[in-house]
Design a protein around this ligand. Structure first.
Ligand code: SF4
Length: 342
């Protein structure tokens, strides 16, 4: 097996003693090379919040490359529009991004800002933290990116860069690791240029100090980096155990209508799907479609069988084929349905 070793310059500067040298190296690089994202062209806290929520569990290439961010901002250009929209409309626009809880939280945040703050985002940390769905990271993002106020932020990206810069093998997902990294973020923060510094730090982690093989030879802050084996960092204690699941559904059609069911449980509340059946109920039914998909720590085997059912059960509904696209649905079911109708 080919093993790629990282070529890394030896540190010549001390990060703790020369924080301003670190700020200036990072700032010079970012001013010249920082990427031009739509949320970096604005100070509107709403537009920044939308980008942060979308990017929480979805890659940048999907959020921007597939036009999700632009489309969302076109349909819901401001807080008031989002706050007054229905959950159905919102979920339909969010469709394909997954993790629908994020969309519902964004909706709740918009409504809370409109109802409790007359539609104006508060700037105080305490007030921001009291909003639904806003945690410490998002407070840092909103205050620094929208209001240019010195506020630290730490996410997985930042933790990885800190572990390498300080050559620290404390597990980043331990309480000690989390505490240390928030303290570092606070101490190292560039008080004069918080928006620029936090943006640059995040981009450092996406561009050079990436997951896996970092690009240390091109890194603008390599002179401050203590790690001798950056690939081995960060260390984590928790290992994600993947659980296999099976989802059995039916495709029932009656003239120009298809049977749909409302999703059960909180994760996909408000979405629709093909109706679920037990293995006994579809024992002798032909298999029409199968696919696998991953969601959080689950790997799901999805199987859809043909059905001649004529009666909708509780929570199920016959829907005209021409109206199917207006029913919000998770991406795996949308794909299955389009395939079955084609
Ligand atoms: S910060 Fe990351 S990319 Fe830069 S030198 Fe250190 S390990 Fe390499």
């Amino acid at each position: 097996m080919l093993c790629l070793a990282v070529l890394k310059p030896i540190a010549t500067k001390n990060l703790t003693d020369d924080a301003s040298g670190f700020h200036s190296a990072l700032r010079s690089w970012f001013i010249q090379n920082g990427k031009d994202y739509p949320w970096r062209r604005t100070h509107d806290p709403y537009a920044i919040l939308v980008s942060e929520v979308m990017l929480q569990q979805t890659r940048l290439a999907v959020v921007l490359g597939k036009g999700y961010y632009e489309r969302f901002m076109e349909i819901f250009p401001d807080l008031e529009t989002l706050a007054s929209s229905s959950e159905d409309e919102l979920l339909r626009v969010w469709e394909g991004l997954g993790y629908y809880r994020r969309a519902r939280m964004l909706h709740a945040t918009a409504r809370a800002v409109v109802e409790q703050h007359a539609g104006v985002f508060p700037i105080e940390e305490k007030e921001l933290l009291a909003l639904p769905g806003i945690g410490r990271y998002t407070v840092g993002a909103l205050r620094s990116f929208a209001f240019d106020l010195p506020t630290p932020l730490v996410d997985g990206n930042v933790m990885r860069v800190f572990a390498r810069l300080f050559n620290d093998s404390t597990p980043v997902d331990s309480s000690e690791g989390i505490k240390k990294n928030w303290q570092r973020a606070e101490i190292l923060l560039d008080q004069k240029h918080p928006r620029l510094y936090n943006s640059a730090f995040m981009e450092l982690g996406q561009t050079f100090c990436k997951v896996g093989l970092p690009d240390c030879l091109s890194c603008p802050v390599a002179a401050f980096c203590q790690s001798s084996d950056p690939q081995s960092l960060p260390v984590k204690v928790g290992k994600v155990v993947i659980t296999q699941l099976e989802e059995l559904s039916i495709f029932a059609r009656q003239e120009s209508k298809v049977l749909l069911a409302m999703e059960q449980g909180t994760r996909r509340r408000g979405l629709w799907r093909l109706p679920e059946r037990t293995s006994e109920e579809i024992l002798s039914a032909d298999l029409l479609y199968e696919a696998t998909y991953a969601i959080t720590r689950y790997r799901v085997a999805m199987r859809v069988h043909v059905a001649n059912e004529k009666t909708a059960r509780l929570g199920e509904q016959w829907v005209e084929e021409t109206e199917l696209e207006s029913f919000p649905m998770s991406a795996p079911y949308r794909k299955a349905l389009r395939h079955l109708l084609a």
